[in-house]
Design a protein around this ligand. Structure first.
Ligand code: MTE
Length: 310
């Protein structure tokens, strides 16, 4: 009788991870709340861990980093709740962020639809400490993880006629209760940058914060961060990017053009029609401090403008 002795590495089929579970392992880990473990998954597969990424020492702050609970618990993400910033984190549960596709199209030589996992493998991630200033006057400072957006732009090779970049956030009304409660808004959320703004070294494509993948309320799985502009110029949960010739329309400008311009660069001297922008309130304690021109990033961006674009 032939008795086959099982090798050390062999396991019975009934103990093997079912294929359906294996393929969704990132989602399952995330869903189970093992956010911290997510970055370890590639390590287990022999790849480098994505988070925490090495900090880029060039970007320093003039204030402490906002505590994680505050930055992930006070959010503007109208698709989930257009009124209560503290409720957003409790309304993102049904938002499916894996698998995620992001289409890059328009006036480029190499249009491409990225699977988020491929995008993460494509460019080295780094951590940067940035100030964030909302047009409503609250502010924070966060350790974002991502890569310079210019890396992605170069990869798709824009044509000479490409002068602006358009962004679209996800539109999933079944998963986004704020979209359902505000059908009069021109959903999905859309934003734009001029090409030189998009290529500026400060403009970051962000996939993580606080050394972990982005929480859904902060714009998972991929967003833009432009720290010299008011926060709405940093669209969350991006599904489409298009290179175009003309200045694109933007969500808040379309809703209220007298209050929200295309450029929206942080400027303490230009009040919002309904409130001053001279000072800001730092979350969570809301203590006031003076607003900085271009949110303190003048040396990086002042050369982009002739002094009129605010
Ligand atoms: N992106 C989408 N899709 N929807 C939004 O409502 N709000 C913007 C911006 N990006 C918003 C968005 C505003 S007003 C701000 S201040 C920042 O996201 C807030 O980002 P945070 O929640 O990570 O602080």
């Amino acid at each position: 009788m032939l008795i086959r002795k099982r090798k050390g590495w062999e396991i019975p089929e009934r103990e093997a991870t079912p294929e359906s579970v294996y393929c969704r392992r990132r989602e399952i880990l995330l869903g189970a709340g093992f956010l911290g473990l997510e970055g370890l998954v590639p390590a287990a597969e022999g790849k480098r861990p994505l988070y925490p990424a090495k900090r880029n020492p060039e970007f320093t702050l003039d204030r402490p980093v906002t505590e994680e609970w505050a930055a992930t618990g006070y959010n503007n993400f109208y698709e989930f709740d257009p009124q209560d910033k503290q409720a957003v984190k409790d309304k993102v549960g049904s938002f499916v962020i894996s698998p995620w596709k992001m289409e890059v199209t328009g006036l480029v030589h190499k249009p491409k639809t990225f699977d988020l996992d491929d995008l993460l493998d494509m460019f080295p991630l780094e951590e940067r400490l940035y100030r964030m200033r909302c047009v409503e006057a609250w502010s924070m400072a966060a350790p974002w993880t991502g890569f310079p957006f210019s890396n992605l732009v170069k990869l798709v090779e824009p044509k000479a006629e490409a002068k602006y970049v358009r962004f679209w956030s996800a539109s999933k009304p079944k998963e986004m209760p704020g979209m359902r409660s505000t059908p009069w808004y021109p959903w999905p959320f859309f934003e734009g940058l001029r090409m030189d703004e998009a290529m500026n070294p400060l403009t970051m494509m962000v996939t993580g914060v606080y050394g972990k993948p982005l929480p859904k309320q902060n714009g998972a799985p991929v967003r833009i961060v432009t720290p010299w502009k008011y926060g709405y110029k940093s669209p969350k949960s991006i599904v489409k990017i298009e290179f175009v010739t003309k200045e694109p329309p933007t969500f808040w400008n379309k809703l209220q053009s007298s209050e929200y311009g295309f450029y929206s660069n942080v400027n303490p001297h230009k009040p919002h029609p309904r409130w001053s922008q001279a000072s800001e309130k730092v979350i969570p304690n809301m203590e006031r401090r003076p607003t900085l021109l271009y949110n303190g990033y003048e040396k990086y961006v002042a050369g982009l403008y002739n002094g009129k674009e605010f």
